[in-house]
Every structure is written in C-alpha cells, then in structure tokens.
Ligand binder design. Structure first.
Ligand code: C5P
Length: 312
C-alpha cells in the first residue's frame, strides 16, 4: 500500500513594530523585564513546510544570504519543539522548510521569530496535530520572546520577556513607512549597550503605557505619533549613529513621527494616511539614508495558513 504524502502547507506571518517599549533592569537570567505594545504589520514572510527526503531549511528573498540554514535557524528550532511535543523522533525528521523573506533580517521586526511562528502553524497542519493556539504559544515562548506575538498578531500588551500577552482591541488601521538599514544589529548587543548606557548615566526613558492604549483606541495617528517611545532606541543609535540621520529624514519627508523598531536598526515612521505613507516612502528613498524603503499597515492577523489561494 502506498503511503499518502500530505500536500505542502504555506503560512503567511506578519512582522511587528513596538509602539511602546519600556525596558526594566537586567534580570539574573540575562533577560530584561518589558512592558511593550506590539502592533503586527503587513510586511510579511511566507513559509512553506513539506514532507521531504532531504530535511532542512531554505531561505529566499530579503537578506536571504545572511540567514543561517542549520539547526540555529529559529524555524528549525520550531520543527524540533513541535516534534518533541508530538513525540516524534527528532533525529529522523523528514521536513523541509522553505522561507520567503520580506521582513528584514536582524532588523528589529521579529523576522526570525516570524519564521518560527509560521513553521509551528504550518507543521501542526501538515502533521494534522490536535494542538490549540494556547499550546502553540507555550512552544513559541520557548523559541524566542517575540514568537508568541507574531503567532497571535493584532495588537497586544507584552510583559515578562515580551512573551506574556494580553490582546488589545484595535479597530483602526495605521500606516507606516519602514527604512531598512544596510546591516542588521544583534539584539543581545543592543540590550547590553542599554545596560552600559544606564551604568554611565540616565538615557531617556519612555513614559506610561496607558496613553498609548488610549491613542490606539482613538484611532488618531497624530495622537499616537506623540507617544511612540522605545527605551532601546538610545542604545541602537549609540551602536549605529547614522540612525539619527535616518530618523530625522523620515520626519522631514512628512511622517508624523519615527521610532527605531525594537532593537533596530529598522526605523518605522507613522504616517497620517496610506497616501501620505507612499509620498513619505518616495521622498525617503531619494534621501539616501537607508538601503530600502517599504510601506506597511497594521494591525494584521497573526501566522495563518494561506496555501497561495487567499488574497494578500
Ligand atoms: O528571546 P530572544 O531569543 O528573542 O532574545 C534574544 C536576546 O535579546 C536575549 O538573549 C537577550 O540578550 C535579549 N533580550 C533581553 N530581554 C528581553 C528579550 C530579549 O535581554 N526581554
């Protein structure tokens, strides 16, 4: 009798921007306690998982050459976590993961985390596992602090390492321009730089989170623009001083405000409307302050199976 090979499963997964990122002191385990507001963005990766004789990870698209394809790739970590959960032998995994990247690598937009979240969703479907979103979120948190959020999507308040989420209702769409830098930044190095800056003095810190939630509820991008804040921004700018120029250029091009996304170096500019975002993107692209410019909107859904038939 012939074994039936299930068809490949494709998952689309969003990136994220932190509208508010308050970083506490370094904990004994090396992590920092966070209070953050995540918004998912329409800049996405697509991940296809398939049964294959040659297991492994393959990466195409934005920054593909710089992504590891071995066991250190977060998508492969996701394969192993789900295999362990399902009681499968991890030395004999006949799974191929093909990643098509739109999210910048090491850009502060949860690109690697997105691939892990997408792999969890895709493989759970490929293997026909009876696993709920909550159980997937537990596996996601083991892989990385941002993985639960990109699995979930929408808008959420994150605490702990950023993996403990409370959904935030947000009916309004916000429009963004994203400026990708020429090279990525290492997240641990940015956190370490913040610790160093704090040992030397008092870098500027973000305010309370409540006004950010109120601005989201109002749907007014001007109100939200005044409140964007990221404790990691001084550290990212210290490691990559040219970001100061990029942030200035976005506002000069007509954005309401700009912020470093997460640990950077991607800069995210909030705009008044979709048309404004296109205008700002065109002007910023001509300013020569970054490698690539993209427009995006948020919030959007989290990782979900698309199998190529659904519209973007
Ligand atoms: O959880 P994840 O593997 O994405 O974190 C990468 C690194 O970022 C950690 O090793 C740590 O250095 C830093 N980090 C942190 N505090 C957090 C999240 C990440 O210090 N809340």
């Amino acid at each position: 009798m012939l074994a039936v090979v299930p068809p490949p499963v494709t998952v689309r997964v969003p990136s994220k921007v932190n509208l508010h990122l308050a970083v506490g002191d370094r904990r004994a385990d090396g992590y920092h306690d966070l209070a953050t507001v995540f918004q998912s963005l329409s800049l996405t990766d697509e991940v296809t998982v398939a049964v294959a004789d040659e297991p492994g990870v393959e990466v195409h698209g934005e920054g593909a050459g710089t992504v590891p394809t071995g066991a250190s790739n977060l998508a492969w970590r996701a394969v192993e976590e789900l295999a362990r959960y399902a009681g499968r032998d991890i030395s004999e995994l006949k799974v191929r993961v093909v990643i098509r990247k739109g999210i910048p690598v090491a850009g502060g937009m949860a690109g690697g985390s997105a691939d892990a979240a997408a792999t969890l969703v895709g493989l759970a479907s490929l293997w026909r596992l009876e696993i709920g979103r909550d159980e997937l979120a537990v596996l996601a948190a083991k892989i990385g602090s941002d993985v639960p959020f990109v699995l979930h999507g929408g808008v959420a308040l994150g605490t702990g390492r950023g993996e403990q989420l409370v959904p935030v209702l947000s009916r309004h769409t916000f429009h963004w321009v994203l400026a990708f830098d020429r090279r990525g930044l290492s997240t641990p190095k940015v956190y370490a730089e913040l610790d160093r800056l704090r040992a030397d003095g008092e870098p500027p810190a973000v305010g309370a989170v409540e006004p950010v939630l109120e601005a989201l509820a109002s749907g007014d991008p001007r109100q939200l623009a005044l409140l964007l804040g990221n404790d990691l921004q001084p550290a990212a700018v210290s490691l990559r001083p040219t970001l100061r120029r990029t942030l200035r250029a976005g506002v000069q091009a007509g954005a309401l405000a700009g912020t470093v996304s997460g640990s950077g170096p991607t800069c995210a500019f909030l705009c008044e409307s979709g048309e404004d975002a296109l205008r700002v993107a065109a002007e910023l692209a001509g300013a020569g302050v970054c490698r690539t410019v993209r427009v995006a909107h948020g919030p959007v859904p989290g990782a979900r199976v698309v199998n190529d038939e659904s519209p973007r």
